[in-house]
Structures are given as C-alpha cells and as structure tokens.
Write a protein that binds this ligand. Structure first.
Ligand code: NAD
Ligand code: DAU
Length: 365
C-alpha cells in the first residue's frame, strides 16, 4: 500500500482516483480536511476497501509514525499543503505551519519508519514530495523555461514555504539517505479544482453572471497541465525515478491569463449560450493586481520525458474543453464547496481591489 497526504484536495483526490484506476495497490489517505479538502471528491470510492481515509494533521509526527508502522506503506506521496498564493498573502502563518513544519514532521516520521525497515522493503521505499514550479520565481519574456538546475527564487509566502519544504526533502536524502523524489509541476487544471483558483473561479462566476476578475493587465503567463497528466507523471516518477532526484513536470502550454479567460468564455458561449448573442467576455473585469505577482512560469519537461518516457497526453484545447464540461455536469459539487467559508474568502480577496475602469470590458470585440 501507499500513503498519500492531502488526498482529499484537488490534485490529491485526482491522484487517488487515478492510482486505484490503474492498479490494486491500496491507498491510505491522510487529510486534515481544511477548506480545500473535500471527501465528495472521493465519493466513488466509498465502498472500495482499497481506500482508507484517515482524518489527521501531517504536523502530528507521532500519529504519522504510528500510521506508517501500522500500515507499512511502500511509499509516501506528499500532496498536503496550503496551496493558494492569494491566501498566503492574506495569512502566511498557516503556510509556514503546514508546508514547512508539516513536511518536516512527515520527514521525521518517514525517517524513523524507513530506518527500521530491512532488505527489499527498505531498498524500495520512496518519499515523493509534490512541489511547484513557483519555487523558481518569475521568468522574463525571453528567458529559457525552468529546468531542474534553475536556482530557487521564490516570491510569495506560498512559494517560499514550498521552497523551504523542497530543501528539507533534499537534505533528508543527502544527510540520512532517505530515498526521496521531488516533482516541481506547473499550473494544473481539471475536475475538483477549488473555485478560488483562476480557471474554476472564472467558470463559476461566468455561469453566475458575476465579474470575471483579471489581475493587473492579464498578460501574466502560466504553463497549464491537465491534472490527469500530472497524476500519470507522478506514477512514472514513483515507479522509476532515481532517489535524490527532482523532476520538472509541465504541459508545454504557456498561456497569458487573459487568453485563458477568453478561451473559457468562448467554450461557455458554445456550450451554454447567453441570450441574444451576448458573450461571457462581457463579464471580464480588470482588478488590482496581486502583490508580487510573478509574470511568467514555464517548465522545461525534457528530463522526465528523456528518463521516464512521460509526456502530457492532453493539449490545452482538449483538456480545457473536458474541464468546462465537467463543471457544467457537476454544478452540485460547485454549490457544495461554495457554501460557508468560501463566501468570506471572496469578500476578503476581492472587495478591497479597485476595478480599473479604462480596461473594464476590454475583452469585448
Ligand atoms: P489543495 O489546496 O486543493 O489541497 C490540499 C489538501 O491538503 C487538502 O485536501 C487539505 O485538506 C490538505 N491539507 C492541508 N493542510 C493539511 C495538514 N496540515 N494535514 C493534512 N492535510 C492537510 O492543493 P492542490 O492544488 O491539490 O495541491 C496539492 C499539492 O500539489 C500541493 O503540495 C501544491 O503545492 C502542489 N502543486 C499544486 C499545483 C496546482 O496547480 N494546484 C501545481 C504544482 C504543485
Ligand atoms: O504554478 C503552480 C502553482 O499554480 C501551484 O503551485 C499553486 O498551488 C496553484 O494555486 C497555482 O498558482 P497560481 O497563483 O498560478 O494560480 P491561480 O489560479 O491562483 O492564478 C493563476 C493566474 O491567474 C495567476 O497569474 C493569477 C491570475 N488570477 C488569479 C485569480 C484567482 C487572476 O487574474 N484573477 C483571479 O481572480
């Protein structure tokens, strides 16, 4: 069996579903169920004995160690984190607690467990740390994409906390020999993406007739990867990645935010047309930029392709259409996660931002 942390979140739940769809190795899923954790994502596994859910905090080293001793997993796949950049700007403390201290606790539990293993169990054990391209900072328009040897230059409390966790993982391999693997991935999108993030937020707001908030000029670039491709990449790294190595994972899909939002509006115009030939593009609204906003991310994913034979199966066009369709088909899931604290977050993040009148509605042809 493998132990997954944060398996009730966006990527973690996609991974658990994907893992169990590709084999029979059971999963023990450890999650604290923060606002971002949602057991509805795993509803299809409710009668599946291969999935064991444990409600706990990765910061609890003793509990993590006793879970490891009791279930004897062959690997830990570590997703649990605070993941939203804007939240890290409003409240960085929780990012330090979970992303840095939590990873430290987990590493301590893993080191203790692993050092008592013997033979093949010890040899084959892996600690896979799921990280982000944001640790590398921001690229200029003509810079080469981030590779595994790009220097770290994190710019937000979120990316700084992830960078710190990457360094801890690296040190546990170097110092103690713990067989670690680190993956640094670009922006994911797909089913179960929490609607605080750009793509699901824009779909939800468009359908609700609300503003589609574009930070700054909307020309910031992200390298988008369909979440199923990320899950496949993690499976490849876990199977054949070399301990101590890092692997960059990306979609070769650099897009400016405004282009992404235009694409979403165009797909919605086709699938859920508005009355009288109106376009969802009319809801585009420019708002005050995110402080310290990174201008461009791009991943050089040649190492994982060369060494492990992974490349993305989806293009942005195929992945984004599937994603919009998934949100249209799963409005109840969206309504559920929008209850409670979600409304307070929208108020906190957007009410103080000024709308820039000159650019408002510029998206309309
Ligand atoms: P998410 O916010 O959707 O999910 C995080 C999960 O971790 C939630 O289920 C939450 O309940 C759980 N969690 C948080 N704190 C915890 C704690 N202390 N103990 C146990 N569980 C806890 O995040 P995501 O977008 O699915 O990202 C998963 C991982 O992938 C993160 O480590 C993130 O840094 C990384 N990553 C994300 C992206 C992306 O585009 N979303 C890209 C690259 C890397
Ligand atoms: O690059 C990987 C990272 O991608 C992950 O490590 C993070 O966990 C994940 O949240 C994501 O970070 P971003 O900050 O890039 O994602 P987000 O969806 O928040 O924003 C994408 C871009 O859209 C970014 O340039 C900010 C912009 N944006 C976002 C929101 C929420 C807007 O213009 N308006 C918005 O309302």
């Amino acid at each position: 069996m493998i132990l997954v942390t944060g398996g009730a979140g966006f990527i973690g739940s996609n991974f658990v579903l994907d893992w169990l769809a590709h084999g029979d190795e059971p999963t023990i899923n450890v999650d604290k169920l923060t606002y971002a954790g949602n057991l509805n994502n795993l509803m299809s596994l409710r009668n599946d004995d291969r999935h064991i859910f444990v409600y706990t905090d990765i910061c609890d080293t003793e509990q993590m160690l006793s879970l490891l001793m009791a279930h004897k997993p062959s690997a830990i796949v570590h997703f649990a984190a605070e993941s939203h950049v804007d939240r890290s700007i409003h409240g960085p403390a929780e990012f330090v607690r979970t992303n840095i201290n939590g990873t430290f606790s987990l590493l301590e539990a893993a080191r203790s467990y692993w050092s008592n293993l013997i033979g093949a169990d010890k040899e084959n054990f892996r600690f896979l740390h799921v990280s982000t391209d944001e640790v590398y900072g921001s690229l200029g328009p003509n810079d080469a994409p981030f590779s595994e040897v790009t220097s770290y230059a994190p710019n937000s409390p979120y990316s700084a906390s992830k960078a710190a966790s990457d360094h801890l993982v690296r040190s546990y391999h170097h110092t103690y020999g713990l067989p670690t693997l680190t993956t640094n991935c670009s922006n994911n999108y797909g089913p179960y993406h929490f609607p605080e993030k750009l793509i699901p937020l824009v779909i939800a707001n468009a359908l609700a007739g609300k503003a589609l908030p574009i930070y700054g000029d909307g020309q910031q670039i992200r390298d988008w990867l369909y979440v199923g491709d990320h899950c496949a990449a993690i499976r490849r790294v876990l199977a054949d990645g070399r301990p101590g190595e890092t692997y960059n994972i990306g979609g070769w899909n650099e897009k400016a935010n405004l282009d992404v939002v235009h694409t979403l509006c165009d797909i919605l115009d086709e699938l859920r047309p508005l009355a009288a030939g109106n376009s969802y593009r009319q809801q585009i609204t420019y708002v005050t930029d995110r402080p310290g906003h990174d201008r461009r991310y791009a991943i050089d994913a040649r190492k994982i392709e060369r060494e492990l034979g992974w490349k993305p199966a989806e293009t942005f066009n195929t992945g984004i259409k599937k994603t919009v369709q998934w949100y249209l088909d799963n409005q109840e899931w969206v309504r559920d996660v929008q209850s409670g604290d979600y409304t307070k977050w929208l108020e906190k993040n957007y009410s103080q931002r000024e709308m820039s009148a000159d650019k408002k509605h510029q998206g309309v042809a």
